[in-house]
Ligand binder design. Structure first.
Ligand code: CA2
Length: 157
């Protein structure tokens, strides 16, 4: 008898512009963890949740749209912090709206406590849920939420 093989569902984490600078400046707003710290903690949590995590950061709107389009069929869920594009990008919103997998929008800061131009998220109406203002822990909570939503993989003999 052969052992049944299963592969873990995959989650894509998308980080928008300037998030590569995390840990270097504005720690009072964004915390002290670097993007590498956050990604490593998500990978470690993914092992426990039996979800494999890929992370992608770009400062370019079109590159983020391309990555979202490529995610269809390859990923079971997405976590996205579109950073400044949250407030401006119809293109990223439209790319997310075309997906049929759960998407969690994360922000390190509580955007509603900040400048008025940050209060509106163009993503809000097309994502499954939002987590705001909880710092890096927000990403881990988003991964836990996705792991609960994603159906268990079917074993293949
Ligand atoms: O709170 C969040 O996670 C934001 O998405 C962060 C964005 C901001 O434009 C959004 O309004 C809210 C900014 C990310 C830039 O991060 C930096 C980190 C360190 C130094 C400079 C920028």
């Amino acid at each position: 008898m052969t052992a049944a093989a299963t592969s873990h569902p995959r989650v894509l984490v998308i980080h928008g512009p300037n998030l590569n600078l995390l840990g270097s400046r504005e720690p009072h707003i964004y915390g002290r963890q670097t993007l590498e710290d956050i990604n490593a903690s998500l990978t470690a949590l993914g092992l426990r949740l039996e979800v494999s995590v890929d992370a992608f950061q770009s400062n370019h709107e079109g590159a983020i749209v391309d990555r979202i389009q490529q995610a269809a069929g390859a990923y079971a869920g997405i976590i996205i912090n579109a950073a400044a594009y949250t407030h401006t990008s119809v293109a990223i919103r439209d790319a997310l709206a075309a997906l049929s997998i759960p998407v969690i929008e994360v922000h390190l800061s509580n955007i509603h406590q900040r400048e008025p131009f940050r209060h509106a998220s163009l993503m809000a109406a097309v994502v499954t849920g939002q987590i705001l203002g909880l710092g890096a822990a927000g990403y881990r909570l988003a991964l836990r939420a996705l792991a609960e939503m994603i159906p268990a993989p079917v074993a293949v003999a």
